[in-house]
Design a protein around this ligand. Structure first.
Ligand code: LMR
Length: 332
């Protein structure tokens, strides 16, 4: 009897803590392609935690990492169809949606540092870009950082000439294609989930990515050299299916917006540390050797890559590019 009373009390306590079982009204499926242990992976889990907390359990967020549900291109289609409600694709992957302006973020040496980038994403340019998604049935909620990229290959990439004939995996943007062509390399689009195998089997020779993505995909185990080039940036736009978002009760949407603001701050705060730690782990592994460019080598990279800005200005928008130069006060 005592046991039963204890059990009833325990059940009541759980019910109080979680609210009535019927209270859950909404499920958000958040699909992404990277490992949980990355800036985006951790940001998604933070959003889940805060969204469930701020809505008092009325919203449940299911996070599907590692391309478990969909690969790069498929996830955008799934979002538009409403099969998932939330994604955070890299800014290099919006071309297939017809919003190619996001590819401006792929231009080599566009941002001298994160502070300059933040001025763009937090300001009118960033807001205007997210607005362009609405016509596609998508609402843009936030920008999340990953970081600046390194180059990896099985040969040392020190001079632009070292890229000649190298098959380099790219995410898909035309700007990244132009970047590798400017170096004399052969760019190949490949889904993120296929990169490790692509490198291991020699379908591609090298790639570019942030240290956190390089490490968590074990790319350092199948690449002999990495160049600390910081030549470009990878970041994300967190996006939701617009009809779904507009259909939420206003009170719930406000709570989710707050969860997104707080999760975005968290994701952006941890991104540098995540990348620094990944770099330290790769160095410790002894499996890959990192190359630091000399000032002269860096100059040669900048010279080779500078024409990409002009070449791609028509694609990403001349005015947009000028606006970005003006916002950051920087132009290589
Ligand atoms: C890539 O495909 O390399 C990246 O966009 C993956 C990611 O989401 O960070």
């Amino acid at each position: 009897m005592k046991k039963l009373v204890w059990l009833a009390a325990a059940v009541a306590a759980v019910a109080l803590a979680t609210g009535p079982a019927a209270a859950q009204e909404v499920t958000i499926k958040f699909s992404h392609v990277v490992a949980p242990d990355t800036p985006k992976g951790k940001g998604a889990l933070k959003f889940k935690e805060l969204a469930e907390q701020y809505t008092g359990g009325k919203v449940k967020v299911e996070v599907y990492p590692n391309s478990q549900l969909y690969k790069d291109k498929e996830e955008l289609e799934a979002l538009q169809l409403g099969a998932v409600q939330m994604l955070a694709p890299s800014l290099a992957k919006f071309g297939p949606l017809g919003v190619k302006e996001f590819e401006v973020f792929d231009l080599p040496y566009l941002f001298p540092d994160k502070a300059a980038l933040r001025k763009v994403t937090d300001g009118p340019v960033g807001k205007d870009l997210l607005k362009r998604l609405e016509a596609k049935g998508i609402t843009g909620l936030a920008y999340w950082d990953n970081g600046f990229k390194i180059m990896t290959a099985n040969k040392q990439l020190k001079k632009p000439d070292d890229f000649l004939g190298q098959k380099m995996r790219i995410q898909g943007s035309k700007v990244l294609e132009a970047q590798f062509r400017a170096l004399g390399a052969l760019p190949q689009v490949m889904a993120f989930s296929e990169v490790y195998q692509g490198l291991q089997t020699g379908v591609v020779d090298g790639t570019e990515n942030t240290p956190s993505n390089t490490y968590t995909q074990k790319v350092h185990e199948v690449q002999k050299f990495g160049t600390l080039s910081d030549h470009g940036y990878i970041g994300y736009a967190v996006i939701v299916n617009k009809p779904f978002w507009d259909g939420l009760k206003p009170e719930i949407r406000t709570q989710l917006e707050k969860a997104m603001v707080d999760a975005s701050k968290y994701a952006n705060d941890i991104s540098q540390t995540e990348n620094d730690e990944a770099m330290a782990e790769m160095k410790k592994s002894g499996k890959i050797t990192f190359i630091t460019l000399t000032a002269d080598e860096k100059k040669a990279w900048v010279k080779a890559l500078k024409p990409v800005h002009e070449e791609m200005a028509g694609r990403v928008g001349k005015e947009l590019l000028q606006q970005i130069y003006q916002t950051t006060g920087f132009q290589m």
